[in-house]
Design a protein around this ligand. Structure first.
Ligand code: ADP
Ligand code: MG
Length: 239
């Protein structure tokens, strides 16, 4: 049985002036999995998300998604093809209600307000935000804002969902709710790549893990293998 590859980066390098944020990064995301992308601060995790989602173009290398080369495509085209992402710093529109925010995502698939609204309401139900539909986003609690980021991304009806530190900073019980939501997303048939720098949160949840350090892939494999890898241990301990 061959593995179904949904996303592949091939020798992707991204420079910012003299700084190499990603160097020859080659990763594969299997359709249907939850993949953990971990690594210390500054490892290049968010940069890789930006390259996959199309916010930045790579300096060199290529990216394939769902059977096609997307290296040069603008972010809006990638979103239409089924790549959605959240931002490490939530980017909701504070003066809009939760429902209106999620409708912004819904308009990617639905031309009419009525259809976008209906789709957004379903996503609010799925993400447990229905009670906040009419709340101004600026009035949400921090964990609700994280959940809204996920909801807006889901409203674009993605094949691939990129989550950038959506569990970071949550209390253990809030993080547990987040973990349950991510599992339900995967069970709904959406492939998930999640960035976290705290290994304890991600490892029980992910099917596989890839560790980035100083812009390059340090290790990849099952969570159990990755946490035992001497190179990973020393990168985390800074030795
Ligand atoms: P991580 O998400 O793993 O913490 P980032 O991808 O945010 O890491 O950053 C990797 C490196 O690239 C860091 O040294 C960061 O300062 C640098 N970097 C990221 N984005 C930019 C940018 N737009 N301009 C300049 N440097 C950047
Ligand atoms: Mg980051």
């Amino acid at each position: 049985m061959s593995i179904d590859i949904l996303l592949e980066t091939i020798d992707v390098t991204r420079r910012f002036g003299g700084l190499v944020a990603n160097r020859d990064v080659s990763i594969r995301v299997h359709r249907g999995e939850i993949l953990g992308l971990i690594g210390p601060n500054g490892a290049g995790k968010s940069t890789l998300f930006n390259l996959i989602a199309g916010a930045y173009l790579p300096t060199s290398g290529s990216i394939r998604f769902d059977g096609r080369d997307i290296t040069e495509l603008p972010a809006t085209r990638r979103c239409a093809l089924g790549i959605a992402r959240t931002y490490q710093v939530p980017r909701s529109f504070d003066s809009m209600t939760v429902l209106e925010n999620v409708m912004v995502g819904g308009f990617v698939r639905h031309a009419s307000s009525k259809a976008a609204r209906l789709a957004a309401l379903q996503v609010l139900d799925f993400t447990g935000l229905s009670r906040t539909a009419g709340t101004l986003t600026g009035e949400l609690t921090p964990p609700e804002k994280r959940r809204l980021e996920v909801a807006r991304a889901l409203a674009t009806e993605p094949k691939l969902l990129l989550l950038d530190e959506v569990l970071t900073g949550l209390t253990p019980s809030e993080a547990q709710l987040g973990v349950e939501l991510i599992r339900r997303v995967r069970d709904a048939g959406i492939t998930v790549v999640m960035v976290e720098h705290v290994m304890q949160i991600v490892m029980p949840l992910v099917d596989r893990a890839i560790v980035l350090n100083l812009g390059t892939v340090l290790a990849s494999g099952s969570p159990a293998d990755v946490v035992r890898d001497p190179a990973v241990i020393s990168a985390y301990l800074g030795t």
